[in-house]
Design a protein around this ligand. Structure first.
Ligand SMILES: [Zn+2]
Length: 399
């Protein structure tokens, strides 16, 4: 816990049990235990957390709340029978019940995207989908959006699987399979409350997507998380699942795609001039390597491999009329992306990340590790100065 690990993995490897920690989204080997220590430890953890310690041949899952010193956290355990023996993943979620969630302006959005998101949230109604892979900070963003809308004049209801953080003033529904109803049914029942805003923790099934679209069609603002690699992919997968009806109704549709990069340690980072190749690999063909000082990770006693903490990089697409029509006409990915860039004035996740690298927040190496590169963006390259001035919100063409 002193390492701020968010997951611990115990993996039998034959002669030893490998122990790895996930810190800031990246795995680090912590130690290797001999089997006579590792196996009893694994079995004790299972027993302590209420799993069947005797059974090691089938996968098991469990969630438990625990407390260590003054820190409360929730553990979610999963065992997996591998050919090397039973392995265990221990995901740690630090519960911050007492603390308020992050505010919108603490999410690390660029000034441009913060302004666009605030404008979106300020409109009544609309569908906002936050997308990204697992562990990309989607729920943090949704909680911040709820918090921004949490006014006396608005009723906010959520359907969550499960509630990760308590928000006073929001009617948070915690879904449990034991209750009998499906998650989609819980989503539907939110509508009966006639709220101004609804939040859904995961659009995991076509039924959940359909239920959300129906709620949005009623005029309420609906915000939900959806797991996918990128903005356009999310859009194209959601359309046949029910989003089409909302696009036909010309409802305001926005997709916020995000991923987490590691934050550079301010104590040890060093300036660097990136290579032409590394910029090209990210599709930043019009960015001159020496346009801005970037920074690389070094590592010191105060950080982990030159990084400390994480921040999100974003891509926020607000569908325009033309883009909506193109999606409904089932135009291809290249045409849709081109419209997103030219009409919806989309700044890509890579460009957003490059902007944050020029601010010394993260490194180009992190962008290469994490960012989703859309190959079609090579058709509309921006220069470094353009990227920075647009992201700062200073370019009038990108309102
Ligand atoms: Zn450091």
């Amino acid at each position: 816990m002193a390492d701020q690990a968010t997951a611990i993995y115990l993996e039998p490897q034959g002669l030893f049990m490998r122990v790895r920690y996930r810190i800031d989204g990246v795995l680090h080997q912590k130690t290797a235990l001999p089997p006579n220590l590792g196996l009893p430890m694994l079995s004790r953890i299972k027993q302590f957390c209420g799993l069947d310690a005797e059974n090691s041949s089938r996968p098991q899952h469990q969630r438990v709340r625990a407390q260590f010193n003054a820190t409360a956290f929730e553990l979610s355990l999963a065992t997996y029978p591998s050919v090397w023996g039973e392995s265990l993943a221990l995901n740690i979620k630090y519960t911050r019940d007492a603390a308020l969630p992050l505010k919108l302006d603490e999410l690390g959005l660029s000034p441009l995207y913060l302004r666009r998101l605030n404008r979106l949230l300020g409109h009544p109604g609309g569908l906002l989908i936050v997308t990204g892979p697992a562990r990309a900070g989607k729920s943090t963003t949704l909680y911040a959006a709820c918090q921004a809308l949490n006014l006396l004049s608005q009723l906010i209801v959520s359907a969550e699987n499960p509630v990760e953080q308590r928000l006073p003033g929001v009617l948070q529904g915690n879904w449990t399979p034991e209750a009998g109803d499906s998650f989609a049914q819980l989503i539907q029942s939110m509508g009966e409350m006639n709220p101004e805003v609804m939040m859904v923790s995961g659009l995991d099934t076509p039924e959940a997507v359909k239920a959300c679209v129906e709620l949005a069609l009623s005029g309420a603002k609906v915000m939900g998380a959806y797991q996918s690699f990128d903005t356009m992919g999310a859009l194209q997968r959601l359309v046949p699942q029910g989003l089409e009806a909302y696009l036909i109704a010309a409802g305001q549709t926005a997709i916020l795609s995000q991923r987490l990069v590691r934050r550079l340690c301010d104590l040890c980072k060093q300036p660097e001039i990136p290579s032409r190749e590394s910029l090209n690999a990210l599709g930043l063909r019009a960015v001159e390597p020496d346009a801005y000082t970037l920074w690389r990770a070094v590592g010191c006693g105060a950080c982990s491999q030159g990084y400390s903490g994480q921040l999100a990089i974003h891509e926020l697409l607000v569908a325009t009329e033309t883009l909506r029509e193109a999606i409904l006409a089932r135009r291809g990915s290249a045409a849709l992306r081109q419209l997103a860039r030219s009409q919806a004035r989309l700044i890509s996740m890579v460009e957003d990340g490059y902007f944050k690298a020029t601010q010394g927040l993260t490194s180009l190496a992190e962008l290469q590790r994490v960012a989703f590169v859309n190959e079609y963006d090579a058709d509309s390259p921006l220069q470094a100065e353009q990227v920075v001035s647009i992201c700062l919100g200073e370019d009038p063409a990108f309102a």
